[in-house]
Every structure is written in structure tokens, then in C-alpha cells.
Write a protein that binds this ligand. Structure first.
Ligand SMILES: Nc1nc2c(c(=O)[nH]1)N[C@H]1C(S)=C(S)[C@@H](COP(=O)(O)O)O[C@H]1N2
Ligand SMILES: [Mo]
Length: 369
């Protein structure tokens, strides 16, 4: 009985291939992000610290393709929703299984994009842990999407090209409307991308109207995720601050002593997993110099402990590629000025090609492992 137009396999294919491309990029960049953040033990010492902008690029793409996929998924669901009303709902075992797999695909894809969207605004209105859940469900999306593509391969093939077999069976006058629909969807994706991508791709920062973060907004011209107040780092704790370095030859340093060591400067981005990213000039002491001074062997891993009282990012470990990298700093300055409290005063980690969550602030102890 359904008479709406463009709800056909041709439209589903036209939107679906863009959606598939967005999901593929989003999935791969998501895996990269996950494994950089939670490397399995065997790989922790082999993660590349170059290119320095690598994580900035992959995480920028992850969030941008995720946002684009929201638009594309809505268009795709619009194209196919009449199938919800197919009667009888199940014609055969095969048909039933196919519908079940589509139900899994739709449910997990909606879940994944929804939780990702709320994550970039740092809102977690659910009882489960975001990172583990988002990671696990990604595999279900990927698996059910591959299954869906396999099941629909004949339809996809028939409708892929401009003059493919399947299009001949469709009303010719729909072609123009379908082009308009695709232009509309493309314009919506373009608008969403242009008004958000500036949070990571700073040449477009003036267009960044809809992203949760603006790359310039924050103390010292840099966003802050967790403030010194939220981290529970008190003025008193900062007054008594000392850097402790544990290792074969442990030592501790006051801030003045730390400032009197060889200072290095590096231009490196902070790239938050939530998608914003900014490059800045950092100054401080090389982590590898501090490790060497503690008698650490070359290639030792380092555990970094923050003054922060509680929080998932109070303790961080870095593998050898980062610990040895001459650009990995215990930073004391940001763009030539002393770190502000919200950026981790008196000392924070900055390392190349690493997720922002591992750029630990208010560092008080390094443990050479
Ligand atoms: N101790 C500690 N360090 C931390 C965090 C934290 O919660 N606690 N947040 C991290 C996150 S998620 C990011 S993106 C960066 C942001 O650094 P910024 O606030 O200086 O921009 O700090 C990281 N360092
Ligand atoms: Mo972050």
C-alpha cells in the first residue's frame, strides 16, 4: 500500500555506499585510537611516536566521519523504512534471519553514533563505561554491516552504476528526484562537516560553530577537559610540589631545580579523543633525560603519576617509543608562558602522536620501570 517514492534499492545503494565509506573510515580510525590508548602488552613498546600529527589526523577523521555518518544513517533509514511494514513480517527462516541481522545492524549503528555524539560533548547519561562499550559494539556494527553487504550484494551490484540493470526497472522520473535527494544529503553532510571539523582542522576554525569545542577557547588559548578544580588538585598540594623520579637511582627535584636542567622546546598538538585538537609550543625537560638521570636503562618504560586525587587518567604508562623520543617532554611552559593550573601546572606530559587522555597533567612522579 505504500506509495512514497525513492524508497527503493537504488536510493538505498546511493546513500549506502557513502554511509559504508564513512563507517569504514570511522571503524579503522577508532581501532587506531583504541589501540594507541589501550595497547595490548606485546605492542606497548612498538607504538609509533611519529608522525607527530598522526593521532590528530586519525582522531579528527574518526569524529568527522562519525558525525557525517549520523546524517547518512538518517537518510538511509528514511530510504528503507517502509520495509518495517512488510507483511507477513517473516516469510521464511532465511528472511527471518536476514531481518534479524538488519535489526542488529540498525540498533548497534544507532547506539554507536548516539554514544559517540554524546561522548564528544562529554555527557554520559548511562550506567555503562563508554570506552569499553563503544569499542565492543564497534565490532558488532562491523560484523553485521559486512553480513548486510554480503546479503545485499546482488541489489548493490544491480544499482551501483549510472545505467545498471536494476535502474531500468525503476520509474525514469524518479531519477531527477533522487539526484536532488542526494544533493540535499550531500549538502547536509557538508554543512555538518564544515561547522564542526574546525575543532581539529584549525584552518577552518572560524567555521567551527557547532562543535562542542573551539580550538582557541580556554586558558592560554587552548581548551581544557578536566580543570584543576575538577581534578581535586589543591593550592596546598601545588605549594608543596616536588617531582619524584623513581628508578635505580631515585631523586626528587623542586620546580626551580627542574627549570635549571636543559630545556627543550617542541611544537606538538594535543589531540583529544573527543575530536578537538590544537598545536602549541611546549617547553620543558626531556623525559628521557629524567629517566637517564635516575639510572634507567635505555628503552625503559615509564609510569607517570599525577597529583590528581581520583580519575581514570591519574596514572599513565608510556612505552619505549614515547619514553625515548626526544620530543616527549615533561612540559613546564605552553607557548612561552608558565603552564596555567588548568593545563597542568607545574608540570605535564606532552608526547608526539598520542591521545590527549595520555598527556597527563599535574605530574608529581615518574617511575622508571
Ligand atoms: N591528570 C590528568 N591529566 C589529564 C587529564 C585528566 O583527566 N587528568 N585529561 C586529559 C585529556 S582527556 C586531555 S584531552 C588533555 C587536555 O589537556 P589540556 O586541558 O591542557 O588542553 O589532558 C589530559 N591530561
Ligand atoms: Mo581528552
Amino acid at each position: 500500500m505504500f506509495r512514497g517514492r525513492l524508497h527503493d534499492a537504488r536510493t538505498a545503494t546511493a546513500v549506502g555506499r557513502w554511509l559504508g565509506a564513512a563507517v569504514a573510515v570511522c571503524f579503522v580510525t577508532g581501532l587506531i585510537s583504541h589501540y594507541l590508548q589501550h595497547p595490548p602488552a606485546w605492542s606497548a613498546d612498538r607504538l609509533p611516536s611519529r608522525p607527530v600529527w598522526g593521532y590528530r589526523l586519525t582522531q579528527g577523521l574518526h569524529v568527522a566521519t562519525g558525525l557525517a555518518a549520523i546524517v547518512l544513517l538518517l537518510a538511509k533509514l528514511w530510504a528503507v523504512y517502509p520495509r518495517l511494514y512488510v507483511r507477513p513480517p517473516v516469510r521464511s527462516v532465511r528472511h527471518g534471519l536476514e531481518r534479524l541481522s538488519v535489526a542488529v545492524l540498525v540498533a548497534t549503528a544507532v547506539f554507536q553514533l548516539f554514544t559517540g555524539l554524546l561522548n564528544i560533548v562529554e555527557w554520559y547519561p548511562w550506567p555503562f563505561p563508554f570506552v569499553q562499550t563503544h569499542f565492543a559494539v564497534a565490532w558488532v556494527v562491523a560484523g553485521s554491516l559486512l553480513l548486510h553487504i554480503a546479503v545485499k550484494a546482488p541489489d548493490i551490484r544491480a544499482h551501483w552504476g549510472r545505467r545498471s540493470a536494476g535502474t531500468l526497472a525503476l520509474p525514469a522520473e524518479d531519477a531527477r528526484d533522487r539526484r536532488s535527494l542526494m544533493l540535499g544529503v550531500g549538502a547536509a553532510v557538508g554543512a555538518v562537516t564544515l561547522t564542526t571539523v574546525g575543532q581539529a582542522f584549525t584552518p577552518l576554525k572560524r567555521l567551527d560553530l557547532l562543535a562542542p569545542r573551539h580550538p582557541d577557547h580556554g586558558p592560554q588559548g587552548l581548551p581544557v577537559n578536566r580543570t584543576v578544580a575538577a581534578a581535586g588538585v589543591t593550592a596546598r598540594a601545588l605549594r608543596d610540589w616536588r617531582l619524584e623520579v623513581l628508578g635505580p637511582a631515585p631523586y626528587s627535584l623542586t620546580l626551580d631545580q627542574l627549570r635549571s636542567l636543559t630545556q627543550t622546546s617542541a611544537r606538538l598538538p594535543i589531540s583529544c579523543v573527543e575530536g578537538w585538537s590544537v598545536e602549541a609550543r611546549w617547553g620543558g625537560v626531556r623525559v628521557r633525560d629524567l629517566v637517564e638521570r635516575a639510572g634507567g636503562r635505555p628503552g625503559a618504560d615509564v609510569r607517570v603519576v599525577s597529583l590528581e586525587v581520583r580519575g581514570d587518567y591519574r596514572v599513565m604508562e608510556m612505552g619505549r617509543e614515547y619514553a625515548e623520543d626526544p620530543l616527549t617532554l615533561l612540559a613546564l611552559t605552553l607557548n612561552g608562558r608558565v603552564l596555567s593550573p588548568d593545563h597542568g601546572y607545574p608540570a605535564r606530559i606532552i608526547a608526539p602522536n598520542r591521545p590527549g587522555v595520555l598527556q597527563t597533567k599535574w605530574v608529581t612522579r615518574l617511575e622508571v620501570l
